[in-house]
Design a protein around this ligand. Sequence first.
Ligand code: AMP
Ligand code: ZN
Length: 113
Amino acid sequence: MDCLFCKIAAKEIPAEIAFENERVVAFADINPQAPTHLQIIPREHIASTLEVEPARRELIGELVEVAAELARERGISDEGYRLVFNTGGAAGQSVYHIHLHLLGGRSFGWPPG
Ligand code: AMP
Ligand code: ZN
């Protein structure tokens, strides 16, 4: 599978890993948009939120749980943080391996650009 995030999960491409277990990997975004900007991904190749199905509910929920734990660890949980799944071209998805952006350490506008 020629997928950048599969390769990061397999350690074939280096990344600053923040957390990993048998199912989930979190790593620093290479082009951070906030003081904290991590990507939380499943090891399983899932292209986008359009491929979330009942058998994957627990796995996708674990991404949110890991994000919350990392937010606590990094001291941004009290002030608040943003979680984002970009899906498809209009939303700006550029890597087609589902990833949850964890952004924090600054204030965010709404609506997003
Ligand atoms: P999206 O636009 O939602 O698909 O997000 C893709 C994210 O992956 C962007 O924030 C990129 O900066 C990030 N990214 C791309 N390549 C790498 C890499 N090699 N290591 C870490 N993050 C990356
Ligand atoms: Zn992949």
